[in-house]
Design a binder for this molecule. Structure first.
Ligand code: PGA
Length: 263
């Protein structure tokens, strides 16, 4: 866990709820209301909700004045232009605080390359957003013993060109084989992956930066395993997919993580 007081408001563990392409507008509005009443004011944690793009403005309005933050699941790095269907980081900067970068579904299903992650990460920072970079290996890569090499390649590519790592950047280690699988990585594997992230950040940007960066685990996190995972020494929170669509379970995860103080 990073040293306390690293950020402007003091260091806190982070939990993200990635809704992916789920919810109708009505469902989204109802879920946002439930999350606000369950979680607003929960101390010792930063909570970010990542709804589908068309509901971002609703989320901004419905969570205004609460301690919950809103993030986009993706954005385009160009400020504006002829990019049909795309939404730029600069366009959403007044509506969201955070943006996911390089989620494995973007990499696998939409063929986003490492270069795309570095462009979005830089654009997000320039737009005043906090990027949450996702890295992690597939099952075949794990079987070949390439876990750390994949984390290294994805992480170093995403920060390519940066002289320093802004304190707004957080990294989620998400083994692709654990996403939506119903079973998370074993604590030892989650710890190894998150420790590798911090080690690579240290090699690239120095120990002080590495001590302050928040490293999350993601992949089948639920109310039943959140405490064990968030208690691991290298884990500073969780990126939650499926369970973030259930208000009571997501609230339970946030409370468990808040109680650990982040590793
Ligand atoms: P999951 O998704 O919690 O449903 O495994 C995690 C993610 O994709 O970030």
């Amino acid at each position: 866990m990073p040293a306390a007081g690293g950020g402007a408001g003091g260091w806190r563990p982070l939990v993200g709820g990635n809704w992916k392409m789920h919810t109708t507008r009505e469902e989204a509005r109802a879920l946002l209301g439930e999350l606000r009443s369950e979680l607003d004011g929960l101390a010792g944690i930063e909570i970010v909700i990542f709804p589908p793009a068309p509901w971002l403005a609703d989320a901004h309005d419905l969570l205004a004045g609460s301690t919950l933050r809103v993030g986009a699941q993706h954005a385009h790095w160009e400020r504006s232009g002829a990019f049909t269907g795309a939404v730029s980081a600069h366009q959403i900067a007044g509506i969201v605080d955070h943006v996911l970068v390089g989620h494995s579904e973007r990499r696998q299903l939409f063929h986003e390359c490492d270069r795309a992650t570095s462009r979005l990460l830089a654009a997000a920072l320039e737009a005043g957003l906090s990027p949450l970079l996702a890295v992690g290996e597939t099952a075949p890569e794990r079987d070949r013993g390439e876990t750390e090499a994949v984390i290294r390649r994805q992480l170093l590519a995403a920060v390519d060109g940066l002289e320093r790592l802004d304190g707004r950047v957080a990294v989620a280690y998400e083994p692709v084989w654990a996403i939506g699988a119903g079973e998370s990585a074993a604590p030892s594997e989650a710890e190894q992956g998150c420790a590798a992230v911090r080690r690579i950040v240290s090699e690239r940007f120095g120990a002080a930066t590495a001590a302050g960066v928040r490293v999350l685990y993601g992949g089948s996190v639920g109310a039943g395993n959140a405490r064990d995972l968030a208690s691991l020494p290298s884990v500073d929170g969780a990126l939650v997919g499926g369970a973030s669509l259930r208000a009571a379970e997501f609230a339970g995860i946030c409370r468990e993580v808040a109680a650990t103080g982040g590793g």
